[in-house]
Design a protein around this ligand. Structure first.
Ligand code: FMN
Length: 381
């Protein structure tokens, strides 16, 4: 793998740590460049109280000198402000740690499977890492990937397509300013208002909601990814990256879901010469054919299940007493589809940066630019 990401850190631990390995030397990266997406991930109507405590910022601790990457692994740290309130519960030291085991496992969360897997008798030991707090680390790394892609004219953005049963009417072109101004990152105001109301109603009822986010990557050159092997296909890489987002249970590329129910004549994108430039008349395939980018925008949808920690807890069992019980509750989000879209952008950006580097190589940005440019000149012929 050309670009590798490792993250570490518990949800209420001292900090999250990110190592991003494989970024060429000479890319301009500043902490401020990573701040906006971290803030966007924290937002969206439907977030819980935790996000009011955190003000996420990525601190660069390695891999950058004088504003430019060195080609060495980039290391970022994001402090958890809430850690101050959890110092005893999360203490590293055996003598200092305060335990109050969670044994009423939450249906739909990682509690039960994680406890069985690791032989834990306290779901705290599971949920601290299973928690989507880890996605802040991915967004910080994705910010670096976006800076790399921007150098080649690529831009990765997202919007909320649905919340619960409320679907947005997606305009063409999408007004990205309107998406960012919407409290739920919806591309259509009326649907946005209905989504806010649906989230409020869920909160009132002690319930939660899921929905669908859409990530669009513009400016992607044709030829990224490969049908050479199952694990080199760009569609497969994107699917893995998107479904790895906690609570994301399905992924679709372009009109993949709708297309399954239609005849071929209504699905496939016809190539045309437009002023001697090749393009497709439509983009139902979401920019991918044969696991290779085809020059059209990449379109990827992530399907989020509703959050599994409910204010009105579901029935469960207590693993300590083995009796029926109500599930554990701790401060939680009601709906995270707008935030998940931001995480989706990061995942798509990381995958795209990875396949770009795989195809074009280059230890420095200058070398990468030369390689990309010579390929683009060739295919423009
Ligand atoms: C941005 C984001 C925030 C989340 N916040 C919560 C939360 O507050 N409470 C919760 O129970 N699950 C939350 N989740 C989902 C859980 O992390 C996820 O359901 C859990 O780890 C189990 O994994 P699975 O749903 O993929 O099976 C969140 C997910 C994302 C993407």
């Amino acid at each position: 793998m050309t670009l590798r990401l490792l993250t570490a850190g518990e949800s209420h631990g001292e900090r999250l740590t990110v190592i991003l390995d494989g970024v060429p030397a000479g890319l301009t990266v500043r902490e401020d460049d990573l701040a906006r997406d971290l803030t966007r991930r924290q937002g969206g109507h439907g977030r819980g109280g935790r996000m009011a405590i955190e003000h996420d910022a990525a601190h660069i601790v390695a891999g950058v000198r004088g504003g430019l990457t060195l080609g060495s692994p980039i290391t970022l740290e994001i402090a958890n402000r809430d850690w101050e309130n959890w110092r005893q519960v999360m203490a590293v030291d055996a003598a200092a740690v305060k335990r109050k085991p969670i044994t009423r496992v939450r249906p739909g969360h990682a509690d039960l499977a994680g406890m069985l897997k690791y032989g834990a008798d306290d779901a705290r030991d599971v949920l601290e890492r299973a928690s989507a707090r880890e996605t802040a680390a991915r967004v910080a790394a994705g910010g670096v990937a976006k800076l790399l892609l921007r150098e080649f004219g690529m831009q990765v953005r997202s919007y909320t397509r649905s919340v619960g049963a409320i679907e947005a009417a997606v305009p063409t072109p999408i007004s990205w300013d309107a998406v960012e101004a919407s409290p739920v990152r919806a591309p259509d105001d009326a649907a946005g208002e209905a989504m806010v109301a649906a989230i409020d109603a869920a909160r009132e009822g002690g319930d939660t909601l899921g929905g669908v986010f859409t990530v669009i990557a513009d400016g992607v050159p044709p030829g990224l990814g490969s049908y050479r092997q199952w694990d080199t296909r760009l569609d497969g890489l994107l699917a893995q990256a998107i479904v790895s987002i906690p609570a994301c249970k399905a992924v679709a590329i372009g009109d993949g879901v709708e297309g399954a129910g239609l005849p071929g004549s209504q699905v496939h994108d016809v190539p045309v010469y437009d002023n001697r430039r090749l393009r497709h008349e439509t983009n139902r395939a979401g920019g991918l054919t044969g696991g290779v980018s085809n020059g059209e925008p990449l379109v990827v949808h992530g399907y989020m299940k509703p959050i599994s920690t409910l204010l009105k807890p579901l029935a469960t069992v207590d693993l300590k007493t083995r009796e029926p019980a109500r599930a554990h509750y701790e401060r939680s989000d009601i709906c995270v589809v707008p935030a998940a879209g931001v995480v989706g952008e990061a995942m798509v950006a990381l995958v795209l940066a990875g396949v770009l580097l795989e195809k074009f190589g280059g230890d420095s940005m200058a070398e990468l630019h030369r390689n990309v440019e010579s390929y683009l000149q060739e295919i423009r012929k």
